[in-house]
Design a protein around this ligand. Structure first.
Ligand code: NAD
Length: 356
């Protein structure tokens, strides 16, 4: 099958980790007779240097005309002046908004060979942690009405948490669809004992659950969820939650896996369109040294195959190749531990390719 992919290498280690990912995808093309048609476009610091704009119109157009976007990372000290009018991060917000990516998906996966990287005890980790956090990305308190006003001598500020049934329904559906491909369990996180918006959230999620009888649904309050995540993370399969609660929970979930160079993410919109990127940044401190871990980006590409192209087998093949490489003791510097074999960015890419 043929697929159209917009590729944004970005800044810092972005080009290095994306190059290894393209190598892995080439092997998938060869083995499964697919064709990924790439269009390379600029965003971030490099786009500022070349065009004066962190997100040139052409980039947005090419992304809109593709089936998925693969992104390395953007930003770096060269463009880090907070008072500058154009900044690399504007590209990320512009892409999310411009492509209507309303669902952020972050798997928090602790591979058994990397268990030492987790701050949690061995008895809690068991045979590994595998949670998918589904966060609503374009609604809620981050987008509701906000104001700072002065009444008499007092300053008063407020932000509004607001959700509609259609916003909750579409994110809940994604969570249940993902659970159907996993262990068929959804935990919806809210604060329905206090917030009206959470009561609506809970009601709509329960309604959507009616269409997914095979999936077990439970509800947790956010305060309890943050505790359960470190107390017994293996109870979770898919967690679905609002923009603000998801912001916090997805970071907590990534933290328990311990290693930033391993974690992929997806931001999904309508019709299986998605943008796929590692959760780490452009790591300017190691850029150009050939030592960055490309696995988070390679695993992001596996998510692209699964969610945008519905190529489950191909996605699994990549993920299994990554596990094999780790089991065999190969490590980039960020996940290195005693007795393991240190590899460069390129070697890590090659090792994954060889195991596909
Ligand atoms: P960072 O994620 O780039 O780096 C944090 C630390 O983790 C660094 O020590 C880095 O060397 C290490 N690290 C990150 N990814 C790694 C990998 N793949 N392999 C090995 N080590 C890795 O975060 P930061 O230093 O806060 O930000 C650097 C720049 O990236 C900033 O300009 C920031 O704005 C930008 N940023 C971009 C994104 C994005 O593009 N989505 C996300 C976060 C930060």
């Amino acid at each position: 099958m043929d697929f159209k992919v917009a590729v944004i290498k970005g800044d810092g280690i972005g080009p290095e980790v994306v190059d290894e990912t393209i190598k892995v995808l080439s092997k998938i093309e060869e083995r499964y007779n697919h064709k990924f048609n790439y269009q390379y476009v600029l965003a971030g610091g490099i786009a500022i240097d070349k065009t004066g704009n962190p997100l040139p119109e052409e980039t947005l157009n090419v992304c809109r005309n593709s089936q998925a976007v693969l992104l390395g990372a953007v930003g770096g000290p060269k463009w880090d002046n907070p008072s500058a009018e154009v900044r690399p991060e504007q590209a990320l917000l512009g892409l999310r908004g411009g492509l209507n990516l309303y669902c952020n998906l972050r798997p928090a996966l602790l591979y058994a060979p990397l268990r030492n990287a987790s701050p949690l005890k061995d008895s809690i980790i068991g045979d590994g942690i595998d949670i998918s956090v589904v966060r609503e990305l374009t609604g809620g308190i981050y987008f509701g009405e906000r104001k700072l006003e002065k009444i008499d001598d007092e300053e008063i500020a407020y932000d509004t948490e607001k959700y509609s049934t259609s916003e909750v329904r579409r994110i809940a559906k994604i969570a249940f669809e993902i659970a159907m491909q996993r262990n068929k369990k959804v935990t919806s996180v809210d604060k329905a004992n206090i917030l009206e918006s959470s009561r609506l959230w809970r009601r709509v999620v329960s309604e959507v659950a009616e269409d997914y009888k095979e999936v077990e649904l439970n509800h947790l309050y956010i305060d309890n969820a943050t505790m359960q995540l470190v107390k017994d993370p293996r109870q979770f399969d898919v967690i679905v939650t609002s923009n603000m609660f998801g912001d916090i929970l997805s970071d907590e979930a990534s933290m328990i896996t311990g290693s930033i160079g391993m974690l992929p993410s997806a931001s999904l919109g309508e019709n299986s369109f998605g943008m796929y990127e590692p959760i780490h940044g452009s790591a300017p401190d190691i850029a150009g040294k050939g030592i960055a871990n490309p696995l988070a980006t390679i695993l992001s590409a596996a998510m692209m195959l699964r969610y945008s192209f519905k190529l489950e087998e191909e996605a699994k093949v990549i993920e299994n190749a990554v596990i094999k490489v780790l089991e065999e003791g190969y490590r980039t510097g960020d996940i290195m531990s005693e007795g393991m074999k240190i590899t460069s960015t390129k070697q890590m890419g090659d090792l994954v390719v060889e195991r596909i």
